[in-house]
Ligand binder design. Structure first.
Ligand SMILES: [Zn+2]
Length: 243
């Protein structure tokens, strides 16, 4: 039976650090629960990480995991000039030409997708973007920063649609709070089940997302101390069993 949830991970440098323990250790922790539940997730990997640790991604691709792009350097796309955006995308395209992965999906760092970036994804042959998070109240935390972008995101369609001539949008679901690792850290299992049930009313095939650093201990993070990564992995395992 096909899975009801798509599991995705943004694979990047550890948060606020210069290390890659999420890639080296975290992904392995995540892989164990994927194997147990027979899940083949989508990884949105930054170009830097893909270059540095190419062996890991070649191996996971062979297992049937999708290797897609999370930008080259993890800079916000809406902060780049048009020329810089195009340069980033060209670097990604060049990098992918060295691998057997097809250039499929893209998720902008911090969901910083804008119109020009979508045009470029279309131009350079990407199949889909997965950056929009409709109905997400969290994106207004930094109000009034990025207000136009955030309002556009909030009212964007809930389910997959064509956004450019050859490009589809696969939105990341939200029900005021997004379907992400932080939500799973905080909610107890019975509420996760309820959340998923309501999500399924609005979203045909919800995409869950976490980050590579969600799967390791983050010593300086209050959130990881209060809602530890080990419990998160256990809850993702539970979510996979419901999928
Ligand atoms: Zn990211």
């Amino acid at each position: 039976m096909p899975n009801k949830i798509i599991f995705s991970v943004d694979v990047e440098k550890d948060i606020n650090q210069d290390s890659f323990n999420g890639v080296l250790i975290g992904l392995k922790n995540f892989e164990n629960i994927c194997d147990k539940n027979n899940i083949r997730p989508v990884l949105f990997v930054t170009g830097e990480v893909l270059e540095k640790f190419s062996k890991i991604f070649k191996r996971l691709y062979k297992k049937g995991w999708e290797i897609s792009s999370h930008g080259y350097t993890h800079k916000r796309f809406d902060d780049l000039s048009n020329a810089e955006k195009e340069k980033e995308i060209q670097k990604i395209v060049k990098l992918y030409s060295k691998f057997s992965f097809k250039l499929e999906g893209f998720r902008a760092p911090q969901h910083s997708i804008d119109k020009r970036t979508l045009d470029l994804l279309n131009k350079y042959g990407f199949k889909y973007d997965s950056s929009y998070t409709p109905l997400n109240l969290f994106q207004f935390l930094f109000f009034p920063q990025k207000i136009v972008l955030n309002i556009r995101g909030f009212f964007s369609p809930l389910n997959e649609y064509k956004i450019r001539s050859n490009l589809r949008e696969k939105p990341c679901p939200s029900l005021l709070i997004p379907f992400v690792s932080l939500t799973m850290r905080v909610l107890p299992k019975p509420l996760i089940k309820l959340y998923l049930r309501i999500l399924n009313i609005f979203y045909k095939k919800p995409i869950f997302y976490a980050h590579s650093w969600d799967f390791i201990e983050l010593k300086n993070s209050k959130i990881d101390r209060k809602f530890p990564h080990k419990n998160l992995l256990n809850k993702i395992d539970y979510l996979m069993s419901l999928s």
